[in-house]
Write a protein that binds this ligand. Structure first.
Ligand code: TPP
Length: 536
């Protein structure tokens, strides 16, 4: 008679969940002991790193990743990363181990109060009434993670795994789901009418358009309208080629500048970006009075909280393609995108390096298919200006700002896409939230280039404190005594520290050509001066 564990392992194979990202404890031992070799086990040394790697992997494969966490301590450590997975729309099937159900009511050691621990960030949380329900709930979690785009949790008491599964064992979810999400001609006509009447339309592209199909459809639509395309602020991904002549830049992070940037456009269509996610509130309307806002997205909840005149919830690529076909060719007065400031670091070889120099040096060398994973709080606008996404998944970031994502996510992306160069560019402070993921990157042969910008502390926090009250600082100290290259070395990840433009050029000249083929991570610590100005 097969056990619940046997049936679950078969289910994992059927659903191609053949890689398990975990940090296990005693409650997971019955499942993991004697683990089959065809399911690869990936150990993360902290649950933030476990979920971050799984998130990178799920995003890069566009399929659910399987995660296993250890009761309260494990799930508790993972909550921030699970929230990031939800906002980044990464499908995760997360099994959380629980004490043996036969004495749960006594609340023995390791009993977890688990169902509410991650709040409402999971797309679903299931607890099997009987051990025999475990495989069915994991299967349902797979569907929910995949379609609701986020982490689906299943809490499994440790003794359930070795119970008899019962025969024949029934899985109560469909084996295959086909979903239709195409807009009808009438629905597209409503949007087309709005755009057709526009004197000066504009597009805003967002993370949900970051697929090859949506990229080309948004490009066709933008070219048809001959209008500028902005990138949403705080986006998780790009959604439009940022080297295209119609690319106008990233929307600013505060309401006033956002309104000014979009002024002069009478119809603004947001393609797969919520309207809007800017950070700072200022008095005044979101856009100039008289501007019509519209949205096309696959995410109904995103549509429900967007104050637009018209929202169309449907397949974004299909809607853009249909719009491009039915709208007449417009000739607009197209603004030239701002040329990147030429500032070769050779010209300032004596001066301390700035973050911008590092981005320029990377931009000059990275190939168009590179995946850049960003976590550089104080220099994010400079990174956007210099390192433009030129292919889908060319840019990836934690869409809700939780630090500790870039390092593990980069390892997960590289595991999934071993042919694409992967570079994680992170602040020194940011790197410390999941620094132990360097160990997983070297253990699982993920050839990521980690560039750590060492500016001696939390620069963005210093700038924000100054903006709060001129001449003031916060009580947090500088962090200028951490040796990042040595930390990487301690985890088995080769590393180097550079301080001059020449050293930087040499290191990148050596490392970048290896990125498509290397199977060993490398951490490049670059000493930079903290930026003086900060305008996100
Ligand atoms: C998990 C988490 N904790 C705290 C913060 C708040 N926070 C935002 S930026 C920042 C400092 C980041 O420092 P660093 O990575 O060195 O970047 P810099 O500001 O120097 O560019 C902090 C602590 C956060 N976003 N996420």
């Amino acid at each position: 008679m097969p056990s619940v564990r046997d049936v679950t392992l078969d289910l994992l194979r059927e659903r191609r969940l053949t890689r398990i990202f975990a940090n296990p404890g005693s409650t997971e031992v019955p499942f993991l002991t004697g683990f089959p070799e065809d399911i690869e086990f990936v150990l993360g040394l902290h649950e933030g790193a476990v979920v971050g790697m799984a998130t990178g992997w799920a995003i890069a494969t566009d399929e659910p990743a399987f995660v296993m966490l250890h009761t309260t301590a494990g799930l508790g450590n993972a909550v921030g990363a699970l929230a990031t997975a939800r906002v980044n729309r990464a499908p995760l099937v997360v099994v959380v181990g629980q004490q043996d159900r036969r004495h749960l009511e006594l609340e023995p050691f390791l009993t977890g109060r688990l169902s509410g621990l991650a709040g409402d960030y999971p797309v679903s949380v299931a607890e099997p009434v009987r051990a025999q329900d475990v495989p069915a709930l994991i299967d349902r979690a797979w569907h929910e993670a995949r379609w609701d785009r986020g982490p689906a949790l299943v809490i499994v008491p440790m003794n359930d795994w070795l119970e008899e599964a019962g025969e024949p064992h029934e899985l109560v979810s469909p084996r295959r789901v086909l979903r239709g999400a195409l807009a009808s001609a009438t629905q597209v006509a409503a949007l087309a009418e709005l755009l057709d009447g526009a004197a000066a339309p504009a597009l805003v592209a967002g993370a949900l358009a970051d697929t090859p199909a949506a990229w080309s459809a948004v490009v066709s639509l933008a070219e048809r309208l001959d209008c500028p395309v902005w990138q949403e602020s705080f986006g998780a991904r790009a959604g439009f080629p940022q080297d295209h002549p119609l690319f106008a830049g990233h929307l600013p992070a505060d309401r006033t500048r956002l309104r000014r940037t979009l002024a002069g456009h009478d119809v603004i269509l947001s393609v797969a970006a919520p309207v809007f996610r800017q950070y700072r509130f200022d008095a005044g309307p979101l856009v100039e009075p008289g501007t019509s806002l519209a949205l096309v997205t696959e995410d109904a909840t995103e549509a429900h909280r967007s104050p637009v005149a018209l929202a169309l919830v449907a397949d974004v690529a299909d809607v853009c393609r249909q719009l491009a076909e039915r709208l007449p060719q417009r000739t607009g007065a197209v603004r030239e995108p701002p040329a990147p400031e030429p500032d070769p670091i050779e010209a300032r070889s004596d001066a301390p390096l700035r973050a911008r120099d590092v981005f320029d040096a990377l931009a000059a060398r990275l190939p168009a298919d590179a995946v850049v994973i960003e976590e550089t709080p104080s220099s994010k606008p400079d990174l956007h200006a210099a390192l433009r996404a030129r292919a889908p998944l060319g840019f990836l970031s934690a869409a809700m700002g939780g630090l500790g994502f870039a390092l593990p996510a980069a390892a997960g992306v590289r595991m999934a896409l071993p042919e694409r160069p992967v570079v994680a560019v992170v602040g020194d402070g940011s790197s410390l939230y999941s620094i132990q993921s360097l160990w997983s990157a070297q253990r699982y042969r993920c050839g990521v280039l980690y560039v750590v910008l060492n500016n001696g502390g939390y620069a963005v926090m210093d700038r924000l404190a100054e903006a709060q009250r001129a001449g003031e600082r916060g009580p947090w100290p500088v962090i200028d005594d951490v040796d990042y290259a040595a930390l990487a070395g301690a985890f088995g990840c080769p590393a180097e520290r550079v301080e001059t433009g020449e050293q930087l050029q040499q290191a990148l000249g050596r490392l970048v050509p290896t990125l498509a083929v290397r199977d060993e991570p490398f951490l490049l610590e670059v000493v930079v001066e903290p930026g003086e100005r900060f305008e996100p």
